[in-house]
Design a protein around this ligand. Structure first.
Ligand SMILES: Cc1ncc(COP(=O)(O)O)c(C=O)c1O
Length: 379
């Protein structure tokens, strides 16, 4: 049986200071932690309500959208994901899911658990979604209602062409659901220009906030679909028809759930930092730090899993050289260097490392630090 921690020895928790360069969470700047330490006020306090309106405006900027229904779901990226699926799918609806990694697989689960029929379009892990395969699937399934795909597949480091996939979905009369958990704030994402319908993200990646919040945005087409459902959304908590009464902003706000007040201060601060830097500058910073890391790891003879044109600058997947003990080397990075990088997931476990350069972690000093640490632990 597992040894239990004795209650009498437990005191306050003081986490070690690490450098977070894995697939998320990324480092949280002190400015955001300070914002989260400000006084907790009531979630219907007029001052808090003003802050919520600012948050929506800031998120519209980050997502590059005018969508009225743009807000942070109270829950991690997985809750944002589920919010999109449970609201848009009615029992029996056919959904084309493009799967090129772990998170596409979770989309399939979401479709099935929402009572939908998933038609899966598979692409190899480490490659982008193939738009031609999506088009073939739509031709073969003219009754499909939704197309779902992951913009930035964190399990592999591959980026898909969300603009093209969304346009194809539209051409076949489908709504699109896009996972932008790892792309928001780190790589170009233009919700309105690309015509994406339901988009979810996470607070802990390129926004560098603490985990636990999921920014989402819904087009008018998507909102219309939710409002004209024949069946009730099976989740009370995630039903947008109800959440709208709290986050909607028009008229009186009604209690839905108690918002995570201090984490929302943190997200607000993270988005103010993004606005101050400028979205294009943030994208360029992620790109230039990726270029520096790439030069360093290639000079060490290491190779990337994903081909250059499909590579995510903020999530670098490196193939492990032969003879390296994956777990032991990562343990040394953590214990000797206080550096966290990510292991491979699913089929890639033991074969790759994932080095995140996301948000506040995407800095030249982190690139140099990570390269020094890798040189120390690799043969
Ligand atoms: C692409 C992608 N989708 C969804 C999620 C789920 O987010 P969370 O872990 O915040 O629930 C993650 C988390 O890593 C992710 O990378």
């Amino acid at each position: 049986m597992e040894a239990q921690t004795s209650l009498t020895h437990i005191t306050s928790f003081n986490p070690p200071r690490r450098t977070l360069m894995g697939p998320g969470p990324s480092d949280v700047p002190q400015r955001i932690l300070d914002a989260m330490a400000r006084p907790t006020i009531g979630h219907l306090d007029p001052a808090f309500v003003d802050m919520m309106e600012q948050l929506k405006t800031l998120l519209r900027y980050a997502f590059q959208t005018e969508n009225a229904l743009t807000f942070p779901v109270s829950g991690p990226g997985s809750v944002g994901m589920e919010t999109c699926f449970v609201n848009l799918i009615e029992p029996g609806d056919k959904v084309i899911v493009c799967r090129n990694g772990v998170f596409g697989g979770r989309m399939v689960e979401n479709v099935q658990r929402s009572g939908g029929i998933a038609v899966v379009v598979d692409d190899a892990w480490g490659t982008a979604v193939d738009p031609n395969k999506l088009e073939d699937a739509l031709k073969a399934n003219p009754d499909a209602k939704i197309v779902a795909f992951v913009h930035a597949e964190t399990s592999t480091g591959a980026q898909s062409d969300a603009a093209t996939l969304a346009k194809i979905a539209q051409r076949y009369g489908c709504l699109s659901i896009a996972d932008t958990v790892t792309s928001l704030g780190g790589t170009p994402l233009k919700v309105d220009e690309w015509g994406l319908d339901a988009v979810y993200s996470g607070s802990q990646k390129c926004l560098s906030c603490t985990p636990g919040l999921s920014p989402v945005t819904f087009s008018e087409r998507a909102v219309e679909r939710v409002k004209t459902r024949k069946t009730k959304v099976q989740s009370w908590f995630m039903d947008l028809n109800l959440v709208l009464g709290y986050w909607g902003g028009a008229g009186k706000r009604t209690y839905h759930h108690t918002a995570p007040i201090n984490p929302l201060y943190g997200l607000h601060e993270a988005l103010v930092i993004l606005k101050e830097e400028g979205l294009e500058n943030a994208w360029a910073r992620h790109r230039s730090n990726h270029d520096a890391l790439k030069a360093g790891v290639e000079a060490m003879g290491l190779q990337f899993l994903v081909k250059a044109e499909d590579r995510l600058p903020q999530l670098n997947t490196i193939t492990l050289p032969p003879g390296v003990d994956d777990a032991a080397a990562r343990a040394r990075l953590l214990n000797d260097h206080n550096l966290e990088i990510g292991a491979g997931l699913g089929d890639l476990a033991g074969k790759v490392w994932r080095i995140g350069l996301m948000g506040y972690s995407s800095r030249p000093e982190n690139v140099a630090f990570c390269l020094r640490a890798l040189k120390d632990v690799l043969p």
